[in-house]
Design a protein around this ligand. Sequence first.
Ligand SMILES: O=C(O)c1ccccc1NCC(=O)[C@H](O)[C@H](O)COP(=O)(O)O
Length: 210
Amino acid sequence: MPTRTRVKICGLRRPADAVAAAAAGADAIGLVFYGPSPRAVDLGQALAVAAAVPPFVARVALFVDPDPELVRGVLATVPVELLQFHGEEPPAFCRSFGRPYIKAVRLREAGDWARAEARWGDAAALLADTDRPGRPGGTGETFDWSLVPAHRRLPLILAGGLRPDNVGAAVRAVRPYAVDVSGGVERAPGEKDPARMEAFLGEVRDADAA
Ligand SMILES: O=C(O)c1ccccc1NCC(=O)[C@H](O)[C@H](O)COP(=O)(O)O
């Protein structure tokens, strides 16, 4: 059976972008609850985006070292299927909300992936992103994909600087469970470009078929 690499498009702020992401074939969309990000949403924006997402496309709420009350407030207000933690959150914190979670990790050296799998062993998936001090995500920069081992126990979501012109190579090199993109499918921070989302999905499907 051919592999089907899942695609998550992160950092949506507008309902129309959610409709376009789903039409392009995205499996999941991300809502950034982190004030310093240019892609941050408030509860009202998040509700509007979440409501525009069709069934069977997952909604992911993303946080960076949040106050637990913020997470609880989002869960009480916005329909989301998954949480994503992009800071230094320990496993007990991540699991304390009773919702499947994705843990973002930065791979700096060989062995980092295995250590993260051992630490966040109950995560739904680990998201491997680029390490840039002071920038917890959305860097627009790739990292050394050879740091991802071929044998993995948890699903890998590959992130960091992916774009329509390099995601095919990334999928062929790493064969991740999913890819995650933010800046590579935008025309401005937080403003997704339907044509770039379609191109991105097209490249992923071509790589799946190769
Ligand atoms: O997107 C942001 O602005 C962001 C800010 C702080 C923490 C996480 C953030 N994004 C998380 C994501 O899942 C991004 O898609 C991922 O970091 C890749 O971003 P990019 O390199 O722009 O594709």
